[in-house]
Design a protein around this ligand. Structure first.
Ligand SMILES: *Cc1c(COP(=O)(O)O)cnc(C)c1O
Length: 230
């Protein structure tokens, strides 16, 4: 199926999921996950109105950026190594995957050099699965407190990845927990944070994530078909 057809299906499912959420009027931002996807398909995506692209490797972003036009907003969604921060920090709209204070430090330092405030989400490992990156919910408060003096990072919310289940219903608890954490920190109103974004939901589970409060989903295969890692 074409990207246009897939996108229509996704939009329909988003609208249905919104009706089952607490806030059916809110808008959902779609991050089209383009890791391993060739430029030609990314241009098709741009044609149908998708313009926010998520990548999980710094190098893939820096290579693709030269081949796409500046309508595109790039999102770093994968694990980011400190030594790669300098390559992407001035090029991305949002880093979804900050999970340590040392990474925040490096982002802040590089942001200062570029004279830019870098929008970030904190990746939380809600499920406790040890294969997943992200900080534990218990460590979240300390981490946020430790960013107070960092003038060039802007914490805009939280991100999580649910474990993969064949039955997406099983992800619901994980998304519920992120939603609770998100509202907890949004209401705390730490003055140096600006909670607006809850990034959760992938191709297999975005409907559940939206029902549970997500306002930003990261979907790849639902738009582009199965990835070929060749
Ligand atoms: C690959 C990836 C996605 C998208 O996965 P799909 O199952 O293709 O939708 C979302 N988030 C992250 C962090 C990813 O690495």
């Amino acid at each position: 199926m074409s990207i246009a057809e897939n996108y229509k299906i996704v939009q329909k499912k988003i609208n249905e999921a919104l009706l089952m959420s607490d806030d059916p009027e809110k808008s959902i931002e779609i991050i089209a996950v383009t890791k391993t996807i060739p430029i030609i398909q990314m241009k098709d995506a741009l044609e149908v109105g998708l313009y926010q692209f998520g990548e999980n490797k710094a190098q893939e972003i820096t290579e693709k950026i030269k081949l796409m036009d500046d309508r595109v907003k790039w999102h770093m969604i994968g694990h980011l190594q400190r030594n790669k921060v300098k390559y992407i920090v001035d090029k991305v709209a949002l880093i979804h995957s900050v999970d340590s204070i040392s990474l925040f430090n490096e982002i802040n330092r590089r942001g200062e050099k570029f004279n830019r405030n870098i929008d970030c989400l904190i990746q939380v490992n809600v499920s406790g699965e040890d294969t997943k990156f992200g900080i534990s919910p218990e460590d979240l408060n300390d981490m946020i407190i430790n960013t107070e003096a960092m003038k060039n990072v802007n914490i805009k919310g939280l991100m999580t990845m649910a474990p993969h289940y064949d039955d997406p219903e099983k992800t619901r608890d994980c998304f519920k927990k992120l939603n609770e954490l998100y509202h907890h920190y949004k209401e705390k109103q730490y003055s140096w944070t600006n909670f607006q974004i809850m990034s959760m939901g992938m191709s297999n589970d975005y409907e559940i994530a939206i029902q549970e409060g997500s306002n930003m989903i990261r979907i790849g295969s639902a738009l582009f078909g199965e990835r070929n890692y060749g």
